[in-house]
Write a protein of this length. Structure first.
Length: 341
């Protein structure tokens, strides 16, 4: 009897082989979704079935390969095939068609350039990430995907903020690295007594100006150009938002960012930190790898890291909030003591 082969992954060798196969082919599934979004498939699907031929003509692509793509989309439950043609599935209606209530199309299309840099991961390790970053950037506005994430989590954020700010009293919010400014615009729009400052670089601030104007709150959302980590951010804010910003900084820069935020918050005020993927080890590791490809060595920090840095910066009692309803992400609230250190 030959010796049993070592069981590398859970289950028997057949299971481990299947597990490896799934890992190996995961990129195909992503690419089906991204290509469909890039071609505009979901923009052509609506309440009436569309045949593969009609779709191919509308998109300017060949019907044969498009039919194969539609087969993949059907298997992924992103389209439904009827005798008369294709319809969007419930998932596509919720996230991918134009006017979807919780849109993700910009995010999905933006993933195309990330797939290109991931394909260069081996080269990036051998020759440096600069080699991979020189690939053409996505035509998709990077703010668009972030705006969609903001739209999808506005209720969870409003609920978190209302635990520390009185909706009927005036309050000043500082949105550090606020980018598109949608969180500020949303909060200020639903709370007439509140105002906000969105602090970021000039490019994202142009979007923030437009988002605030479109929400009709241009007078209560100020944009402020800053260069972190050393910029002075102002003072006496009741709440600072720090959403998906620490990832852009090296470990030794994060304490400086947090001290700047601490200086800007009034005694008794709060900071609300939102991070990525801190609960899921695989997502955190993948984000970490991607950060090397995109940001030159920044990281997805753990909740423990960020909590310790918040305390070092002078905040009290960092606590995780229930971020129920948000896509992967974590909310951490901390308070600046009345008697500040
Ligand atoms: C991932 S985006 C997050 C935007 C927004 N807070 C959100 O959650 O959607 C990170 C933001 O940090 C800003 N940022 C990164 N490094 C910065 C720096 N050194 N100074 C000012 N802003 C910076 C970027 O311009 C960008 O808008």
């Amino acid at each position: 009897m030959p010796p049993e082969s070592p069981d590398v992954l859970a289950g028997g060798p057949t299971e481990s082989r299947s597990a490896l196969e799934r890992m190996l082919h995961a990129y195909r599934t992503s690419q089906v979704l991204v290509t469909a979004a890039e071609l505009g498939v979901f923009g052509e699907l609506g309440d009436h079935p569309v045949s593969a031929g009609e779709l191919a003509a509308a998109l300017g692509v060949q019907v044969g390969p498009l039919s194969a793509l539609l087969g993949g989309l059907e298997a992924l439950d992103l389209v439904q095939r009827t005798d008369a043609g294709y319809l969007p599935s419930a998932t596509a209606r919720a996230h991918l068609v134009p006017e979807a209530p919780m849109p993700m199309g910009g995010w999905v299309r933006g993933e195309a350039s990330r797939i290109r840099s991931w394909a260069g991961l081996t080269r990036a390790l051998r020759d440096g990430a600069e080699e991979v970053r020189s690939d053409p950037p996505s035509a998709e506005d990077p703010q668009r995907g972030l705006l969609e994430i903001a739209r999808g989590s506005r209720e969870a954020i409003a609920a978190a903020v209302q635990t520390v700010l009185d909706p009927r009293a005036p309050a000043r919010i500082l949105d550090v690295g606020g980018g598109h400014g949608a969180y500020s615009a949303d909060l200020v729009q639903t709370h007439p007594m509140w105002s906000a400052v969105v602090a970021d670089r000039p490019g994202p601030l142009a979007v923030a100006r437009r988002v605030a104007a479109d929400a009709g709150v241009g007078e209560r959302v100020e944009v402020r150009e800053v260069e972190l980590p050393t910029a002075r951010l102002g003072h006496d804010f009741d709440l600072a938002l720090l959403f998906m910003v620490l990832v852009a900084f090296e470990r030794d820069q994060v304490p400086t960012v947090l001290r700047g935020v601490h200086d800007a918050v009034r005694p008794g005020g709060y900071v609300l930190v939102r991070g990525f993927y801190w609960r899921d080890a695989l997502e955190a590791a993948l984000f970490d790898i991607q950060s090397h490809l995109h940001h030159g060595g920044c990281r997805a920090y753990s909740v423990t890291d960020v909590s310790e840095w918040l305390v070092e910066a002078g905040f009290d009692g960092p606590r995780l909030l229930d971020s129920h309803g948000m896509e992967k992400g974590t909310l951490l609230m901390a308070r600046k003591p009345e008697q500040s250190r």
